[in-house]
Design a protein around this ligand. Structure first.
Ligand SMILES: Cc1cc2nc3c(=O)[nH]c(=O)nc-3n(C[C@H](O)[C@H](O)[C@H](O)COP(=O)(O)OP(=O)(O)OC[C@H]3O[C@@H](n4cnc5c(N)ncnc54)[C@H](O)[C@@H]3O)c2cc1C
Length: 381
């Protein structure tokens, strides 16, 4: 603890661990602080083929063990009309996608970090940050009691809370009030194929994804006020909305067994600045994308890598490196916003319903073929 680190990564999700792995390979001394022990449920269970390729690259030359993961054959989306559109990963140059138990994926990356001798403090929270010269004094609470670390730079990988950035007074801009409500059931006989199913409904949209261990996750996404109005944050209201789906209900049958729901805010949002003096934000801390993109994990992995490059450049004297990183994140977010708008504009059937009206205000569709080609889940950069 007395030896200062070059970088302390706050948050040991995919983005923080990607940053840590890239930094340690570049010869930077780094440690990761993670507030949990990876036991609780986490959202994000579908990896597109390109996400899988990015993961393999991050862990290379170590192989990526697929034990406990389910190969995903593609997706089926009912979006814009009653007719489902299929997209198979068979011809994808990156191969198939995968369905994972997300906390196991994060724990797997944490394990790899351990093999590279990256200290990872589980069940540890940062309680205070203080600027000390050009570096930081980081006060933490560990299971063994309070402690203190010193470092040159910080990576904010705390997900939606963007704890480090907020401590620096950086604000977050929000574009919607999207929220997910998920229930997990045993995978029914009508759902043996291993692919993602998406269905748009008047109140929002649903997805169903197979999980390892013969289970299935069903998630409703809508704005938090719509969900509250419809009572969908509780099992009875959520099940009633599920019964109003068409394709999913036919495949899944009843969801009466769901007595516990997982609720997560997932609004499209970004920090006004994704970096500042001595810190950078990665993954959801920097920006949150709609789960419709199925690209949050890919973004986490890539921003982790890009932040490591920027931090290394800054250490070598490039005084504009962190600012460049922040500018690139802002540009990437604008590209994402255009893609999001185009995808929502493909669904015009319920244009007067609150959820859709709020998303359709922005203009006509720009890519009518996106859904049919599976771009809903794979094309957002
Ligand atoms: C319902 C839903 C479904 C989704 N489905 C997909 C999908 O299928 N595919 C996909 O690619 N993406 C999906 N996403 C998006 C994806 O889950 C996120 O983009 C991704 O988890 C972001 O990773 P991250 O590492 O930035 O943040 P997180 O996964 O949120 O990790 C943040 C980490 O920081 C830790 N932490 C937080 N605060 C502190 C603190 N103060 N001190 C120490 N540690 C802290 C947390 O415990 C956590 O481990 C989905 C999101 C939702 C809500």
């Amino acid at each position: 603890m007395n030896t200062p680190y070059d970088v302390v990564v706050v948050g040991g999700g995919v983005a923080g661990l990607s940053a840590a792995l890239c930094l340690v390979r570049a010869g930077v001394s780094v440690c990761v602080l993670e507030r949990t022990d990876y036991a609780a449920w986490r959202p994000g269970e579908t990896l597109s083929p390109v996400t899988w390729a990015e993961l393999r690259q991050l862990l290379a030359p170590e192989p990526l063990a697929t034990e406990g993961f389910l190969e995903s054959q593609g997706l089926e989306a009912t979006w814009g009309s009653e007719r489902p559109h299929h997209h198979s990963f068979l011809a994808n140059p990156y191969g198939s996608g995968w369905h994972v138990e997300r906390r196991h994926l994060d724990a797997l990356l944490a394990h790899h970090a351990g093999r590279l001798q990256v200290p990872l403090w589980r069940d540890t929270c940062v309680t205070q940050l203080e600027r000390e010269g050009h570096g930081w004094r980081v006060r933490i609470r560990t299971p063994q009691g309070p402690a203190e670390l010193r470092c040159e730079a910080l990576v904010d990988a705390t997900g939606r809370s963007a704890w480090v950035a907020r401590q620096q007074g950086v604000r977050r801009r929000e574009w919607d009030a999207l929220c997910s409500v998920s229930g997990i059931i045993d995978r029914p006989p009508g759902f043996q194929e291993q692919h993602l199913v998406v269905e748009a409904t008047p109140q929002g949209w649903w997805y169903a994804a197979p999980l390892p261990g013969g289970r299935l996750i069903l998630t409703l996404l809508s704005d938090v006020d719509v969900l509250q109005r419809l009572g969908a944050l509780r099992p009875a209201g959520w099940s009633a909305l599920f019964r109003a789906t068409r394709h999913l209900r036919e495949r899944v049958g009843g969801v009466e067994a769901v007595t516990r729901l997982q609720v997560r805010r997932c609004e499209t949002s970004r920090l006004e600045h994704a970096a500042g003096e001595g810190w950078v934000a990665v993954g959801d801390a920097a920006a949150m994308w709609d789960p419709l993109s199925s690209s949050g994990i890919l973004k986490g992995l890539r921003t982790g890598r890009a932040s490591a490059r920027a931090l290394c450049a800054a250490r070598e004297g490039d005084s504009g490196a962190l600012e460049d990183y922040a500018r690139q994140q802002a540009a990437e977010f604008n590209r994402y916003l255009s893609a999001r708008q185009a995808h929502y504009a493909l669904e015009q059937r319920w244009a007067t319903e609150d959820f859709w009206r709020r998303r359709l205000d922005a203009g006509p569709p720009t890519s009518l073929t996106a859904r049919a080609t599976g771009a809903v889940a794979t094309s957002v950069p």
